[in-house]
Design a protein around this ligand. Structure first.
Ligand code: MN
Ligand code: MN
Length: 381
């Protein structure tokens, strides 16, 4: 690992270094093609790693919580989706901020938190999240997250831009701390003295106190699209080898650019071979042991093992399947950088073609295909 990447992962560097790092990633971003497979993936004789051990990254710690990030500099294949694991103590506040170049999707793994948002119509939503809940903030929308309840709140964050950095975000303390008090006084109509003791640099995660409960029945404002979707409360799709709960824009209207899923694969189960025509795929393994095999054309296959705390990544259009190689369920969160879910599976593709055609294709007799599936199987055992 280079010194640059070490600093990027571990954080804890001076503001100047962080600005330099941000400028470097911006430069990289501008060199990327707007869409399609990346040159790095096409050019190499060998496929890059599709696994990143997020659990092994040293957290960047604050009094109110911590963060582990998986930037593209450390995980080169993750060109289109970036991610971070965050934990907030009760009262810990991920300060008011926005992201200039990415929408934010999250899944709450444990604990509870309260989110505040503002949209371009100056409408706000204040809503509490618990385990199994998903949020989505469109690119540029302001938001804050605070741990509530009695235990730490942990959530996995996904951004629809691999060159996004959670460390290079736009924070209210960073901005206000750099505006002259005289300007703030004019803009907000209060004495400049009020700003004398404001933080002068980015706070990022503040230590706070747990806020009181929200009113039991807050008047619902139907004109404000909600940022919360209770994914784990949905009835799952059931398969012989596991279950899946999907949240695309169809189920969650505000989630225009991302789709998520909560997937379980039983011991011995396989998420069958398939690919996604319209999106890259990002995965976070909460529990279980998995083997994922990725097909990148020209005979290139790479198979890697995944466990709790690992991230997996599959570029758009690359074939892949996931096997449960352990003795407990795989529980994984899966995210795509498209609000519409699309996949094509090997079983469905074979099912729609005549046996004679398949026979010619593979060089075997047509009766070889007797008893093959008649459609997609999804998760089998
Ligand atoms: Mn954010
Ligand atoms: Mn997939």
């Amino acid at each position: 690992m280079s010194e640059f990447s070490r600093r990027s992962v571990l954080g804890g560097v001076a503001a100047g270094s962080m600005l330099a790092a941000a400028a470097t990633t911006e430069g990289l971003a501008s060199e990327q093609p707007p869409s399609g497979p990346t040159p790095a993936l096409l050019a190499g004789a060998e496929l890059p790693s599709f696994r990143f051990a997020l659990g092994a990254v040293a957290p960047k710690a604050y009094e109110g919580g911590w963060l582990r990030a998986a930037p593209v500099a450390q995980f080169p294949v993750s060109q289109k989706l970036a991610s971070a694991l965050m934990q907030l103590a009760p009262g810990g506040l991920r300060e008011l901020h926005w992201h200039s170049n990415a929408a934010e999707w999250a899944y709450v793994i444990k604990g509870e938190c309260r989110v505040t948002t503002i949209d371009p119509h100056n409408r706000s939503e204040v809503v509490d999240f618990g385990p199994g809940d998903v949020w989505y903030f469109p690119r540029g929308y302001g938001h804050s997250i605070q741990g509530i309840g009695r235990e730490d709140c942990q959530f996995i964050l996904v951004f629809d831009n691999g060159y996004f950095s959670e460390f290079g975000t736009f924070s209210i303390s960073d901005w206000v701390g750099h505006i002259p008090p005289a300007v703030l006084a004019k803009a907000l109509g209060v004495p400049a003295q009020r700003f004398a003791n404001f933080a002068k640099r980015e706070v990022y995660i503040a230590k706070g106190t747990v806020p009181p409960p929200l009113p039991p029945r807050p008047a619902p404002d139907a004109s404000v699209p909600t940022h919360r979707f209770r994914l784990l409360e949905q009835k799952p799709e059931e398969y012989t080898g596991g279950t899946n709960r999907l949240v695309s824009q169809r189920e969650f209207p505000i989630s225009a650019t991302m789709t998520g899923a909560h997937m379980r694969i039983k011991p011995g189960g396989v998420r069958e071979p398939h690919w996604h025509p319209n999106a890259d795929e990002w995965q976070y393994y909460i529990s279980g042991r998995a083997s994922m095999s990725v097909f990148g054309s020209h005979g290139r296959i790479r198979t890697e093992n995944f466990g709790a705390g690992d991230i997996g990544y599959v570029p758009q259009g690359y074939g892949h399947y996931i096997e449960n190689t352990g003795t407990e369920d795989i529980e994984a969160v899966v995210v795509f950088n498209n609000g519409t879910y699309e996949s094509i599976s090997l079983s469905a593709w074979l099912a729609v073609n005549p046996p004679a055609l398949l026979a010619a294709n593979f060089g075997v007799p047509p009766d070889t295909f007797a008893g093959f599936p008649t459609g997609a199987r999804y998760i089998v055992r």
